[in-house]
Design a protein around this ligand. Structure first.
Ligand code: CMX
Length: 139
């Protein structure tokens, strides 16, 4: 893993959360994006190398809505930047980690992403992500 790419926070009302995090972090969101395939609305904040993603569910059964129903608002995942997502997925699978998708899928902020089930990572949902541009160059 290269670094923590971002921390994802599940929120009920992303407009209100955007205002709050803008005050808290001292910067406005640099990007707001709907990820149709995940049925989530996202916004991204950047301070130096560190990024925070806010996520609100847009349906009744997307991952964020279900997470909030069960556990309330809060940290939803930690995302790690990786050099080659397919190689990393294969290596982690071989070591017994439970990957939630077979292939990388397009995520927010120009990334290809994959998830590891939280039950195998001490209760933390882990996201792997690779910049979509470098991913497409490689494949
Ligand atoms: N962090 C930690 N634990 C979590 C979790 C999370 N984000 N989401 C669910 N869990 C826990 C549940 O509380 C539950 O625990 P208990 O068994 O103790 O009650 C357990 O995991 C449920 O596991 P499950 O029944 O196998 O799965 P769910 O239907 O609850 O779905 C998960 C959970 C992680 C498999 C699913 O949300 C998923 O596939 N996530 C990946 C995709 C995703 O999160 N997309 C949204 C973000 C997209 C983006 O970043 O752009």
């Amino acid at each position: 893993m290269n670094k923590i790419e971002h921390i994802g926070i599940a929120v009920k009302d992303i407009q209100k959360a955007n205002q709050l995090y803008e005050i808290l972090l001292g910067v406005a969101a640099y990007k707001e994006e709907i990820v149709e395939s995940e049925q989530v609305q996202t916004s991204f904040f950047k301070m130096g190398e560190s990024k925070i993603e806010l996520l609100q569910g847009l349906s009744t059964d997307d991952a964020i809505t279900k997470f909030i129903e069960k556990r309330g608002e809060g940290i939803h995942h930690i995302a790690f930047d990786v050099q080659n997502i397919e190689q990393k997925m294969a290596a982690l699978k071989a070591k017994g980690f439970r990957l939630l998708n077979e292939k990388p899928k397009p995520g927010a902020d120009n990334k290809m992403i994959a998830f590891i089930h939280p039950k195998r990572t001490n209760g933390v949902l882990i996201e792997l992500c690779q910049d979509r541009t470098t991913y497409e160059e490689e494949s």
